[in-house]
Design a protein around this ligand. Structure first.
Ligand code: RNT
Ligand code: ZN
Length: 418
């Protein structure tokens, strides 16, 4: 098998070299790209703090056996996934994944409640990212948090977000790489509102209050995630794209684009170049919307390839953080992580193997016929052979072989869980 992979790789390498592509360089770059793997695919976004149903207009469907129910299980499952994902990455946590001795509320979460995660991250060479959890809680039951008309409730969520940034800072300091703390709030109305302005005014003021605490970006980077609609907020979402674009640009905070948070035919790939001209960096939630913001597992589809191409062709990788965001309980959750993360990496590899300068020259010369022919031809190039080699070099099972490991784990561990 290994000999075969090596042989195929050498052939593929020659083919890429014949069009001026440096394959070794591409592999070196790929190895440096960290993907932020979201922990919440492992337990259907339940967390460990409360026994609340998932709310906030998002939804998980399916009942595949083996949902992780505590930190030990979730970390063990993540380790299984990481064994099949080449390279060094980050794990993205939500506040509800705190591990506490006594019951606490979200406004009380503090760095100490994430010590187990940090110790584990150190042992496994991982970075950590963070998110306040502004949903699945009694104080968000009516669909509003940071833009709530009740000041007491608003302040509760403000305090929660302030604490969350401290946790991000703690991650950054402990792990020697900045943590991304992403604020997403579900606030919105099911039906047509009269006053669209006032809730946005309140959200703006709440954010200003949260960010009045200065935190060094060497430790924590703040990002803001917009949305178009959710279940129960179909008509109006306070934190829309324009809202956060304005907020982020005027206050030097990062805008986070989730692939599922726009109109069904609107894509985030086409937004990256535009925003890059006006921001110091961008953040992504790579997801896959199917007819709505369904958070399906990321596949190697056209939009994923387009996102990767935009990042690679325009040299945006260095200033972009790539996070994943999907939750599917109808299939093996560990396999979901592996498939989604590897697909993100495959798309990046495919883009890194493109003869970018040649493509740009053809376009510059107005030769649109050749541009189309070349773009289409490149789809047939043997990037799969390069991918398998990359896996082998990074001690990860190539092709479909990884699935056997996960199937074994499902039989021996996941099916035994209550
Ligand atoms: C919701 C947002 C948000 C969540 C996670 C769990 O539509 O995409 O990022 O999916 O925070
Ligand atoms: Zn998201």
């Amino acid at each position: 098998m290994n000999n075969n992979i090596e042989e195929q790789y050498q052939l593929a390498k020659k083919e890429y070299e014949s069009i001026g592509v440096n394959v070794e360089e591409a592999l070196k770059k790929l190895k440096e790209i960290k993907i932020s793997i979201h922990c919440w695919q492992g337990d259907d976004v339940k967390g460990f703090l409360f026994d609340q149903d998932l709310s906030g207009g998002i939804s998980v469907t399916g009942n595949h056996p083996g949902r992780a129910t505590n930190g030990e299980e979730l970390r063990r499952d993540l380790e299984m996934a990481l064994q099949q994902i080449p390279g060094e990455h980050k794990i993205n946590l939500h506040a509800i994944y705190a591990e506490t001795e006594k019951d606490i509320d979200l406004n009380e979460i503090a760095p100490e409640h994430f010590k187990k995660w940090v110790d584990w991250a150190k042992e496994n060479n991982l970075g950590l990212d963070f998110n306040p959890t502004c949903f699945s809680h009694e104080k968000s039951e009516d669909g509003f948090t940071l833009s709530h008309k009740d000041e007491t409730i608003r302040n509760f969520w403000i305090d929660h977000c302030k604490q969350s940034r401290k946790i991000g800072e703690y991650f950054g300091k402990e792990l020697g790489q900045p943590s991304v703390t992403n604020i997403w709030v579900p606030d919105g109305y099911k039906d047509t509102p009269v006053d669209r302005l006032t809730p946005r005014q309140r959200l703006k003021d709440s954010l200003d209050e949260i960010f009045s605490v200065e935190i060094d970006e060497a430790y924590n980077i703040d990002t803001l995630e917009s949305k178009l609609f959710g279940i129960g907020s179909e008509s109006y979402v306070v934190g829309s794209h324009e809202f956060y674009m304005g907020y982020g640009l005027s206050r030097n905070k990062r805008i986070l684009l989730d692939a599922g948070h726009y109109h069904p035919t609107e894509v985030i790939s086409n937004k990256l170049s535009a925003l890059s001209l006006f921001t110091s960096g961008l953040s992504l939630h790579v997801s896959r919307p199917v007819r709505w913001d369904s958070d399906h597992v990321v596949t190697l589809d056209d939009e994923l390839n387009e996102i990767a191409k935009e990042l690679v062709y325009n040299n945006l990788l260095e200033n972009t953080t790539i996070g994943l965001d999907f939750f599917d309980a109808s299939i093996n959750r560990i396999a979901a992580w592996i498939i989604g993360t590897r697909n993100m990496q495959k798309a990046l590899l495919k883009a890194l193997l493109d003869p970018v300068q040649q493509l740009k020259d053809v376009e510059e010369n107005d030769n649109y016929t050749k541009r189309l022919a070349l773009q289409e031809e490149l789809k047939m190039y043997p990037f799969g052979a390069v991918w398998n080699y990359f896996c082998m070099e990074n001690d990860v099972k190539p092709g479909m072989e990884w699935l056997k490991e996960i199937e074994k784990y499902e039989e021996s561990v996941l099916k035994e869980r209550g």
